[in-house]
Ligand binder design. Structure first.
Ligand code: TRP
Ligand code: SF4
Length: 329
């Protein structure tokens, strides 16, 4: 059975974009693949080394969300990166064979270095994609579900695998391929990409009240529609994008027709979209809260998942050590 692997940053609450763009895809993939889903707390340290107390609670939130969304810990290994320390060993060995120019040219590197508020001038941050390559290759993953912003990291991962094979005349690692979600990207309330940084998100732990308020007060719509009596244009309306993602077909058709002839007002339209979003989020929110109320159980799931991941990682490391003529353990 082929393997799928992905990593999620423990960066506080997850939002609708994380759900539709990533986690729902993970749930589907666990049916067809041997799955490894990891919470990357070491990666979080590259930017939050001065705020370490926030990381573990965020790890628990991701774990609670994984389970609530339907990831099955029997089927998939759900685990924490720092609990499988073999990743660090492979990261070190890869750092020996990766030319500095390869990591310096990662497009996100220079951009983040300049634009982030955190101090990213560390050696560890430069090595971020090398650690990610180790995460993926240590499980010999074939498929890696990620967003478009990760495609360059995946390319670098394949280059590191090829260089390893060339240097040590071994073929240990299959070349991992990205799996992009087919679901359209979820916009933010303001129409930009939904992101914590923009503060434009609907979070999976938002209560129905909060979702209703966010939709009616913050969600953008056709800017040319000023008065209730003006006809609107759903084709350029951000609220309509949410209808397409979350409302049923008949609601979408109704809005599409009524908006154009001013038959429905934006406030009512946004209320409707809020209902559809609540219908999707509320059952999940209840499960997430219930899971968070049982931290011992979450820890057990992660501990067992880490043990299973570690068994695979250790096997790969035996092969890697042998290929690199290092003594076996
Ligand atoms: N860099 C990824 C992100 O920011 C997280 C990540 C770390 C990851 N290791 C990974 C994703 C391995 C896929 C595979 O989203
Ligand atoms: Fe957008 Fe709905 Fe207003 Fe039309 S009625 S402009 S679809 S919010």
């Amino acid at each position: 059975m082929q393997r799928v692997l992905s990593g999620v940053q423990p960066s506080g609450s997850l939002h609708l974009g994380n759900l539709v763009g990533a986690i729902e895809n993970f749930v589907k993939l666990q049916e067809q693949y041997q799955a490894f889903y990891m919470i990357v707390d070491w990666h979080a340290l590259t930017s939050r080394f001065d705020d370490v107390a926030s990381i573990q609670p965020a790890v628990m939130e991701v774990a609670a969300t994984f389970l609530a969304a339907g990831l099955d810990p029997q089927r998939s290994s759900l685990f924490v990166q720092s609990q499988v320390k073999e990743h660090a060993e492979l990261h070190l060995l890869f750092s020996m064979i990766t030319p500095l120019s390869w990591v310096e040219r990662v497009p996100t590197y220079k951009e983040k270095l300049q634009n982030s508020e955190a101090d990213l001038g560390s050696y560890g941050f430069l090595g971020y994609p090398i650690l990610q390559a180790a995460d993926i290759l240590i499980y010999k993953a074939h498929k890696v579900p990620v967003g478009e912003d990760q495609l360059f990291h995946l390319e670098l991962t394949r280059e590191i695998a090829r260089r390893f094979h060339f240097l040590y005349s071994s073929e240990i690692f299959p070349e991992p391929q990205a799996v992009l979600t087919h679901a359209a990207r979820v916009p933010g309330l303001d129409g930009r990409k939904m992101s914590k940084t923009y503060d434009n998100g609907i979070y999976l732990r938002d209560t129905p009240d909060v979702i209703l308020q966010k939709c009616t007060r913050q969600m953008s719509s056709d800017p040319a529609r000023v008065r209730r009596t003006d006809p609107g244009n759903p084709d350029i309306c951000n609220t309509y994008e949410f209808h397409k993602l979350f409302s049923d077909k008949s609601t979408c058709e109704m809005v599409n027709v009524e908006c154009r002839r001013a038959g429905i007002g934006c406030f009512d339209c946004k209320k409707k979209v809020a209902e559809a979003i609540v219908a999707r989020v509320e059952p999940l929110r209840v499960k997430i809260e219930a899971n968070l109320a049982q931290p011992k159980e979450l820890e057990n799931v992660l501990r067992e998942g880490s043990a299973r991941a570690r068994a695979v990682a250790q096997q790969t490391m035996d092969e890697v050590r042998s290929a690199m003529k290092l003594p076996s353990l």
